[in-house]
Design a protein around this ligand. Structure first.
Ligand SMILES: *[C@@H]1O[C@H](CO)[C@@H](O)[C@H](O)[C@H]1NC(C)=O
Ligand SMILES: *[C@@H]1O[C@H](CO)[C@@H](O)[C@H](O)[C@H]1NC(C)=O
Ligand SMILES: *[C@@H]1O[C@H](CO)[C@@H](O)[C@H](O)[C@H]1NC(C)=O
Ligand SMILES: *[C@@H]1O[C@H](CO)[C@@H](O)[C@H](O)[C@H]1NC(C)=O
Length: 303
């Protein structure tokens, strides 16, 4: 008797998906769906959500099962069996068009083409998403994090180049499954268009430029402009150093993603400006010239 109760409990359908099933099939409401059991067995039996008497009108023939007139009660987990041995499982869902689609919002997180998208969906559903990169290649499906109606996923587009014009938009495709329904949604966008919150370098120049002689080298350090609000690990700046040699020749050097540099040789004076390498093609104003002679004299004084 106990054994029978345990068996009945095991057959209670798992009504909430916790991950994307490895094999699923989408049908239109009132349409027919043909499910195939991937097996070499000649004779198979079927269950729906563990139940041998499915809530659907079915025609079983060899390894195929035809669900006639698909509706929500007919959706779910169709498994084929050879006696007690599970052969294959297909999750059948009804295609659903959601009013107004799915509200996706994406935000770029760095200049290297990485961003995060979030959206809302039915509370008891699972989602996955994939990206068509700007070079046209298709990314892998990424399972969405979250749940209870709010989802998000991280992406990066390795073909994104912050210095070039984006010719083609990225395409983000979402797929969602609830226990009975399937949703899909696509959005197109340019990384530029989701990068509006990127900070800007101009009009302020870098600040706190300091010079220090160390072992025949001139060590420079500075800080991003005060108007630069975000962690510099996310948003790197491009810096342009300009220094003057004793004969008056001016030399330039670019520094990306660092707020320091070493210069060798005879340098008379130094200044620096910055640029957002991503959103802004224009350079900030220069800092005032910092004179090395004054610094050297200062450094020569005993501590
Ligand atoms: C479907 O049912 C089979 C057999 O009971 C089980 O092994 C499988 O985990 C179920 N799949 C899902 C997605 O619920
Ligand atoms: C059928 O099963 C074999 C062996 O498990 C697998 O390699 C193959 O991809 C499956 N085919 C389908 C259509 O699922
Ligand atoms: C979509 O989401 C954004 C941000 O969460 C919100 O401001 C906007 O009103 C939403 N639009 C719709 C149609 O729900
Ligand atoms: C200035 O000095 C640098 C380094 O000593 C040298 O390479 C350059 O040719 C000089 N320029 C002029 C105009 O003399």
């Amino acid at each position: 008797m106990l054994g029978l109760v345990a068996l009945v409990l095991c057959l209670v359908p798992a009504d909430t998906l916790t991950a994307f099933p490895p094999k699923f099939q989408v049908g239109e409401v009132n349409g027919d769906v043909v499910v195939t059991c991937n097996t070499s067995e000649q004779l198979v039996s079927w269950t729906q959500n563990g139940d041998p008497e499915p809530m659907a009108e079915l025609v079983a023939k060899g390894r195929t099962l035809t669900i006639l007139g698909l509706d929500l009660p007919a959706a779910g987990n169709y498994s084929c069996w050879a006696g007690p041995i599970l052969l294959d499982t297909t999750y059948v869902v009804v295609s659903e068009t959601r009013e107004g689609g799915i509200n996706v919002s994406c935000q770029a997180e760095s200049y290297r083409g990485s961003f995060r998208c979030s959206w809302t969906g039915p509370r008891s559903s699972v989602f996955r998403a994939r990206l068509t990169h700007s070079d046209g290649s298709l990314g892998a499906w990424v399972p969405a994090a979250g749940g209870r109606g709010r989802f998000s996923a991280h992406f990066s587009d390795p073909s994104f180049c912050p210095f070039a014009e984006e010719l083609r938009p990225l395409q983000l495709q979402l797929e969602g499954l609830s226990d009975t329904s399937y949703f899909t949604h696509s959005v197109h966008f340019f990384v530029w268009d989701i990068a509006l919150l990127f900070p800007q370098c101009d009009p302020a120049p870098p600040q706190k430029l300091t010079l220090r002689q160390r072992g025949g080298q001139l060590h420079l350090a500075w800080a991003p402009p005060a108007s630069w609000p975000l962690p510099k690990s996310y948003f790197t700046l491009l810096y342009r150093l300009q220094y003057e040699l004793p004969n008056g020749t001016q030399v330039e050097e670019l520094v990306e993603g660092a707020e320091e540099a070493q210069l060798g040789g005879q340098v008379q004076r130094v200044r620096v400006c910055c640029r957002d390498p991503f959103t802004r093609p224009t350079w900030s104003p220069w800092t005032t010239w910092q004179d090395i002679k004054a610094t050297q004299q200062h450094q020569l004084q005993p501590h």
